[in-house]
Design a protein around this ligand. Structure first.
Ligand code: PNS
Length: 177
């Protein structure tokens, strides 16, 4: 009988891969959507998970608003769902039966923060793997924070976020006359 490397047995034994794509999504950007599309091609099930109690600055959009936008923007992906979570990400992943966390890395500057989080999550639960993917080059400078800042000052963000987000921004943010 042929001798197969151990990794091959792991592949043969592979079952459905479910991953969590966590974040604040305040608001969703085309960079997030690009990553969702890439992730959905690789894993069987992708759960986009919005953190409810962020330690960051007060969010512009409420959790239900962010959830609505994500549901609408991801409706064509058959294996993508949207949820919210609180507490530790690894606890949520375990409760969902997910073995992986998906995160995007846009530039080297993201790497240190992402590495810290991935290592902390591994320490908390060694069974949960972090998968890093890179968004399309054209979105490497796009962040929710920059989108909000530019929009507030009257800048055009329509090629950087889905149209439904532009509409929500217009309804929420007073722009300069
Ligand atoms: O979009 P963001 O704000 O970069 O996402 C950060 C997020 C939600 C992934 C991170 O803050 C998180 O996982 N929070 C949950 C709390 C947790 O598990 N902390 C320990 C890991 S560092």
């Amino acid at each position: 009988m042929a001798e197969w490397p151990e990794a091959t047995y792991a592949l043969v034994d592979m079952h459905t891969v479910k991953a969590i794509y966590p974040g604040t999504f305040d608001p969703l950007t085309n960079g997030h959507l690009d990553l969702i599309a890439r992730g959905a091609k690789i894993v069987d099930e992708l759960v986009v998970a919005i953190l409810r109690n962020t330690e960051k600055e007060t969010p512009l959009f409420t959790v239900p608003e962010r959830e609505e936008m994500l549901i609408e923007a991801t409706r064509d992906f058959r294996n993508v769902s949207v949820m919210t979570f609180d507490g530790l990400l690894v606890d949520f992943a375990r409760a969902q039966g997910a073995k992986a966390v998906l995160r995007g890395i846009r530039a080297i500057s993201d790497y240190e923060y992402e590495l810290q989080m991935a290592m902390m999550n591994r320490k908390l639960d060694p069974e949960v793997e972090t998968l890093f993917m890179m968004p399309a080059e054209k979105y490497t400078y796009v962040s929710s924070r920059l989108i909000k800042g530019v929009f507030r000052l009257g800048g055009d963000v329509s090629s950087l976020v889905p149209p439904l987000v532009v509409e929500r921004l217009k309804a929420k943010v007073p722009t300069p006359a």
